[in-house]
Design a protein around this ligand. Structure first.
Ligand code: PLP
Length: 402
């Protein structure tokens, strides 16, 4: 075994069928879909087919409800800014403490510079949202609720339908960042109270740089990008034709693999988690064991550093990700783990393994074999670890679940 890619929540490999399909749209049919000549080939038609595929994946009735964007971040920003623009008298936003920066950073900006009040709803030790705090924050002042469908670090799934219905009672719009959920969870927007939903192509085997925003028919909408008439004037800018065609095919394939994702991939994830936890003491899985994405496993290895684990995993060809904010250069554990009150000695040593339909049993077994000796090696170097186990016992605690 030379490598095992376990970082699919960060991004996925472009499916070879997707890649093959879009290549001619770079080299032969490269015309602008708005042009009259034949260099555009059938690209306009392909864009509408792609829209229909995204509709099918989300259970959306009308083609006008799907707007292609450049990424999940753009969809998230557009949804919130649109909701605020169309309801100027409502000056409050509700979101959760564990959202992606695509939401949190915008909310922070709106609070600091635009005078909005933002309610950040807390989560418990399993990453579950506090429905009491949510109910208390809801009022007729709230323009929009934005709650992620599933968390990118732990895979915890929020009860977004219930929350959307509650928002509706107060006349607030409900948006969900479903970037990690789309393609892994069956969605049916026709039977949903959700008003807006964001997705991103590169999380489901399409390329980076393509996303979509679902906007329920009848929902007032204010575009973020103004210019040409693309996307019915709701998102100006020449279409990312190859990205859109890729997303359409990726959506078809995600739908075909939905069952596989929820049976085979889930079983592989469970095998990985159980296999590691059976061999490593002072380690536990994070997230809601009852409501969790089928592909995600966040494991805290107490008393060691996640970055060191990642480095040693990388040396044996295993790609995973740490729960800590390593990319920002900060030594603080991630905001998600801190919000869940995971003790520092465990949050620092948290690794996210995220699988996909491409993950094989051999890869999983490779990770199960390689991880425990790496943890053992690092613990021997840890100042918190002695000859007989942890030295720092006052910070230790019972695993939340085995
Ligand atoms: N929301 C969530 C939950 C994510 O996991 C990500 C990407 O990691 C994003 C939004 C941002 O998506 P994009 O990279 O397409 O902007």
């Amino acid at each position: 075994m030379s490598s095992a890619y376990m970082d699919n929540n960060a991004t996925t490999r472009v499916d070879p069928r997707v890649l093959e399909t879009i290549l001619p749209y770079f080299s032969e049919y490269y015309g602008n879909p708005s042009s009259m000549h034949s260099f555009g080939g059938d690209v306009g038609k392909r864009l509408e087919e792609a829209r229909a595929s995204v509709q099918a994946l989300l259970g959306v009735e009308h083609d006008s409800e799907i707007i292609f964007t450049s990424c999940g971040t753009e969809s998230d920003n557009t949804a919130i800014l649109s909701a605020l623009a169309i309801q100027p008298s409502r000056r409050e936003i509700i979101t959760s403490v564990v959202e992606h920066p695509a939401i949190l950073s915008l909310c922070d900006h709106l609070e600091r510079h635009e005078g909005y009040k933002v309610h950040y709803i807390p989560v418990d030790r399993l990453g579950r949202i506090s429905m009491e705090a949510y109910a208390a924050a809801l009022s007729e002042q709230v323009a929009i609720v934005s709650m992620m469908y599933a968390n990118n670090e732990t895979g915890t799934i929020f009860p977004v339908e219930t929350m959307a219905r509650m928002a509706k009672e107060k006349g607030a719009l409900f948006h969900t960042d479903a970037v990690q959920a789309v393609g892994k969870i069956v969605l049916n927007m026709q039977e949903s109270a959700i008003d807006m939903l964001s997705l991103s192509g590169h999380k489901l085997h399409a390329p980076k740089g393509i996303g979509a925003l679902y906007v329920r028919r009848g929902t007032r909408y204010r575009p973020m990008l103004r210019g040409g008439h693309q996307e019915r004037g709701r998102r100006a800018g020449t279409e990312n034709t190859t990205g859109i065609i890729a997303l359409g095919l990726a959506a078809d394939m995600a739908l075909e693999h939905m069952e596989y994702e929820n049976t085979v991939v889930r079983a592989l994830r469970d095998r990985l988690e159980a296999g590691i936890l059976a061999q490593v003491p002072y380690a536990f899985a994070n997230g809601d064991p009852e409501h969790r994405l089928p592909n995600t496993s966040s494991i805290s290895f107490e008393y060691i550093e996640g970055e060191a684990i990642l480095m040693l995993l990388s040396r044996v060809g295993i790609a995973a990700s740490s729960g800590s904010a390593c990319t920002s250069g900060s030594l603080e554990p991630s905001h998600v783990l801190r919000a869940m009150d995971i003790p520092y000695t465990a949050a620092h040593g948290t690794i996210r393994f995220s699988l996909s339909r491409e993950t094989t049993e051999a890869e999983v077994d490779w990770v199960i074999a390689q991880t425990p000796p790496i943890v053992e090696q690092l613990r021997r170097l840890s100042p918190y670890w002695g000859a007989n186990g942890p030295i720092l016992t006052d910070n230790a605690f019972a695993p939340v679940y085995a």
